[in-house]
Design a protein around this ligand. Structure first.
Ligand code: FE2
Length: 456
């Protein structure tokens, strides 16, 4: 009996002792401040009035044009872009369109913003380009055009959202660079300037210097997020998207869109449709009308992979921003399922989540069939708002985990999508805490048009 008491006492002591142990490892849950303005990743290039914040995006519908953007800090400087197939023989030249500046709030004046579209490029070809003529530092970069639209072309996309400019953001970008990709589908929320007093637009400048190391060399396809709205009537700023619209052009006209916030591009085997959660999308609105027409233009025999980018997720099991995307889902999900879209990418929620193929299209307000159901024509929904911005991680997942949620984790990271051919694409998610080559989640997707298996 005494022995039993001793054993029980020992067990209790052990239990009490172990309950007090705190694991030394903690995933960063709190927001961290942005890197300071004097951080090395924000350092301007040397040389008076040197071009900086260089970034490129596809300049037409199919990839035979590239739009090159940069700013000059002190003077408009040269509008010239020289480019060619060899870094030492830049045989062609074009000029940026009207140089622009904008003001924001009580004191911000932007640098001189240049946009130049070079066109008539060959597919799948490396071009070199140079900027900053007339000053001491002419800066040189290069990019590769995508393969021609075609069912068995290959392309590897980086998938990044809600990046910001913290040390976590820097990890995310570094890991993406190490894993490699041909282009980035950026799912909105770039620099988070609006989290600072008066939407401190110096953060638009520092962010653009930070990401130049990637986006000067490969096109990033831009989706607008809520942090791009910059609606601030208290400081006299009543035009939504003012900094974003001035700085980040999109090729919207080439896909018959009327605004830069919804448009499409074809890149090799992919038809990428970008939607705006923060522009009107109700019935009869310009975005609604455009999407209806655009889905009819998709030709899966040429671009088998139909990918939709939208900032606010339609399926999300996190408390954070829960159901914010619901009205857009109700508006567009039927079309997306009927179109057999492969993938819907969203950001906004600062965590990672991948869904099974589900739809709610059976539901109407009267029949009560409100549970998402497996649907082989439905896309996989991926939330990739885990770029690492200053607002921190969204860790409050709803419990129990709904059946349609295949994988979810509150960590910062990025994903890649490698389209192999018309039938198969390989998806990976990487969390920043791991080494760059560690895969934390992965899936093979089969094409919804060419091989609509009951997978995912
Ligand atoms: Fe957002």
């Amino acid at each position: 009996m005494e022995l039993l008491v001793l054993i029980v006492l020992a067990a209790c002591t052990t239990a009490v002792a172990s309950a007090g142990v705190t694991s030394p490892y903690r995933r960063s849950l709190m927001g961290v401040p942005p890197m300071p303005f004097d951080a090395d990743v924000f350092r301007p290039p040397p040389g008076y009035n040197a071009p900086e914040q260089v970034h490129i995006t596809q300049g037409d519908l199919t990839g035979r044009a590239m739009t090159i953007s940069w700013v000059t800090p002190h003077h408009p400087g040269s509008n010239m872009v020289r480019y060619g197939l060899s870094p030492t023989n830049l045989t062609h030249a074009t000029e940026s369109t009207a140089v622009r500046r904008y003001t924001f709030g009580p004191s911000y004046q932007s640098p001189y913003i240049h946009h130049a579209t070079i066109s008539g490029l060959d597919y799948n070809t490396t071009y070199h380009y140079a900027l900053g003529f007339g000053y001491t530092n002419v800066r040189s970069f290069s990019f590769r055009t995508p393969p021609a639209p075609g069912p068995d072309a290959r392309i590897k996309f980086g998938l990044i959202g809600d990046l910001g400019q913290t040390a976590h953001s820097n990890d995310t970008l570094a890991h993406y660079e190490a894993n490699g990709g041909d282009a980035v589908l950026f799912i909105g929320d770039l620099c988070y300037a609006d989290d600072h007093p008066n939407h401190d637009n110096r953060r638009w400048d520092s962010w653009a210097r930070f990401v130049e190391r990637s986006v000067a060399f490969q096109p990033w396809i831009w989706t607008a997020g809520n942090h791009e709205i910059d609606f601030a009537p208290q400081i006299g700023e009543t035009t939504p998207f003012k900094p974003f619209r001035n700085r980040y052009p999109t090729p919207f006209r080439s896909s018959k869109s009327t605004q830069p916030f919804w448009y499409s591009v074809k890149m090799g085997p992919a038809h990428v449709i970008v939607l705006s959660s923060y522009s009107a999308y109700g019935k009869y609105t310009p975005q609604w009308a455009w999407l209806q027409a655009e889905l009819a233009r998709v030709d899966r025999s040429i671009t088998p992979w139909l990918i939709i980018c939208v900032h606010s997720p339609w399926y999300n099991t996190n408390e954070y921003h829960y159901m914010e995307g619901e009205t857009m889902r109700v508006q567009f999900e039927r079309w997306v399922v009927d179109a057999k879209a492969d993938l819907v990418l969203a950001g906004h929620v600062h965590s990672y989540e991948r869904s099974h193929r589900v739809s709610n299209v059976a539901y109407d307000i009267a029949n009560g069939n409100a549970t998402p159901a497996f649907n082989a024509s439905a896309p996989v929904y991926v939330t990739i708002g885990d770029g690492g911005n200053m607002e921190g991680i969204a860790k409050s997942f709803r419990t129990p985990q709904p059946d349609y949620s295949a994988f979810r984790e509150a960590s910062f990271g990025h994903a890649t999508l490698e389209i192999m051919n018309r039938t198969h694409a390989y998806f990976e998610w990487h969390r920043n805490q791991d080494g760059v080559k560690v895969v934390a989640d992965k899936a093979w997707f089969t094409n919804r048009y060419w091989l609509p298996t009951d997978t995912n």
